[in-house]
Design a protein around this ligand. Structure first.
Ligand code: ADP
Length: 187
């Protein structure tokens, strides 16, 4: 059973790598960012509430993502394992996840920290913004997302270091090298 949490700055490559690994393991890749972007695109009540925060590079309110994760982890496909990408993103979300996992009798087996220097992350995101047109990949919003990451998400590295098996992987290598390092880490 593979149950993993991916941590890392915006642009660290979490989404790309989490998707590949989830496919190879036949388990769902659960990305709160992807779920929220789909909700925004479909103008669901969740999307309408989330959009302004996402465009500003801020976290959406915890209650919105918490409800979403509570439901998602209880779907049938998530009983075979999962990879969480983009959740938890702050200490309250991490505390909620701990409690939820106890309630539903699941345990996270590893936390992967994809480490990439800030300059590299900014370059990657600016390029992604040009290529994909993602509305939060403009320089001002990117800088805010990085600040939010440093203030709220990076402290989770220490939180999980004392709690779970945290593995840090150098994300500043070729995509294939990162994929190989990840496979070795979860084997
Ligand atoms: P990135 O990590 O590249 O910034 P994501 O797709 O993970 O991209 O997230 C995009 C945006 O979605 C975030 O800036 C935030 O507004 C929102 N978001 C995603 N996950 C969460 C979460 N767990 N809590 C709050 N907001 C979230």
């Amino acid at each position: 059973m593979t149950r993993l949490i991916f941590l890392g700055a915006p642009g660290a490559g979490k989404g790309t790598q989490a998707k590949l690994l989830a496919e190879s393991q036949g388990i769902p890749h659960i990305s709160t960012g992807d779920i929220l972007r789909a909700a925004v695109a479909h103008q669901t009540p969740l999307g309408v509430k989330a959009k302004q925060y996402m465009d500003a590079g801020e976290l959406v309110p915890d209650s919105l993502v918490i409800d979403l994760i509570r439901e998602r982890l209880q779907e049938p496909d998530a009983q075979k394992g999962w990879i969480l990408d983009g959740f938890p993103r702050n200490e309250p979300q991490a505390g909620f996840l701990d409690t939820l996992l106890q309630e539903i009798h699941q345990e996270c087996d590893r936390v992967i920290n994809l480490d990439v220097p800030d300059e590299v992350v900014v370059q990657r995101l600016v390029k992604r913004g040009e290529d994909s047109g993602r509305s939060d990949d403009n320089e001002a919003t990117i800088r805010r997302r990085l600040d939010v990451y440093r203030e709220q998400t990076a402290p989770l590295i220490a939180f999980y270091q004392t709690k779970n098996a945290l593995v840090t992987i150098d994300g500043n290598q070729s995509m294939d090298a990162v994929t190989a390092a990840l496979k070795a880490a979860v084997a």
